[in-house]
Design a protein around this ligand. Sequence first.
Ligand SMILES: [Zn+2]
Length: 399
Amino acid sequence: MKLPTDPARNLAALIRCPSVTPAEGGALQALEVMLKPLGFSVERPVFAESGTPDIENLYARRSGNGPHLMFAGHTDVVPVGDEAAWTHPPFAADVANGEMYGRGAVDMKGGIACFIAAVARHIDKNGGPKGSVSLLITGDEEGPAINGTTKLLDWAAAKGEKWDASIVGEPTNPDTLGDMIKIGRRGSLSGSVIVNGRQGHAAYPQLADNPVRGLMSLVDALLHPVFDKGTKDFQPTNLEVTSIDVGNPATNVIPAKATATFNIRFNDTWDAETIQAEIHNRLDQAAGRKKYRPGKKTPVDYELVWRDRPSHVFLTRDDKLIGTLSASVAAVVGKTPALSTSGGTSDARFIKDYCPVVEFGLVGKSMHMVDERVALADLETLTQIYERFIEDWFGQDLA
Ligand SMILES: [Zn+2]
């Protein structure tokens, strides 16, 4: 039987499945077809929660005696956008000038295609790793992410699954393959500050309380001073005001309410609780300031509403995992990758509660764009890196 050793062939099969979140689109079925001949047992649990679409996921395991490596990723993709703007159709996997086009080519069907090819080659040459390999693949990473990785991890752990290390195959390289391994992520938190004022005539401000003035003091306090200067492993904490809403159509009316919404990306100086406390404290202090509200006797009347669940900051410290992956990259591409904690959140933030996790995949340049595509040469290189990693990571334990 022909094993799925060719990453381009694996990827073409996946791209041809139109798995825009929440649709399975045939992508998990295609994975099952690739994994079964490699000796994986495959399960495809469907998770549901009211108010969100049901999502099919996949957990595949190839059991052995030794440590357990988990590869994590997603087969769902973002919508294609303006389909007419694509040079090649988004679900055709056309190859032109050495690149394969298609939604998900780099984010992240390509990473999955390479990992499966790497395992297949290892089995072909060496009979497979001595330990266990599993793939934890969700269909809900680009969507609400409610019926995806968190539930899949809980579900697998409840069956007694334990992992020693995990690689998430998201596209981590900014420019060329081998640039960057992600070993952690900043935390993320969003909130809204709502200021209640008193509506009135713009010509008689003494009779009103303009909430925009109060909101300016509060927003000012969110932006200054800086939260920190960054740490050894992380960029500085940063807060962005993402929206200011008053919704007042009249130029001569002082509005009754004004809202500002913000998102903060915080480093390991903080945790979700301490950064929330810091923000509360800044707002409370600013509420009494007179800069924009001269003559007002009472402090700004405001509420702070936290939105969604916070994402926690994390940093992976596992020399075997990071060192082996780093050395595998260096051996194949001839340069040592940067170890970074930059960028947004990813499903690694959930996996870190179960085992050490790093992220390494393709070059991310074209992700989520029209004409998403991947160089065939990169598919081959990433497959070689993953294969080398599998050999060395399992090999170390046998030594
Ligand atoms: Zn992704």
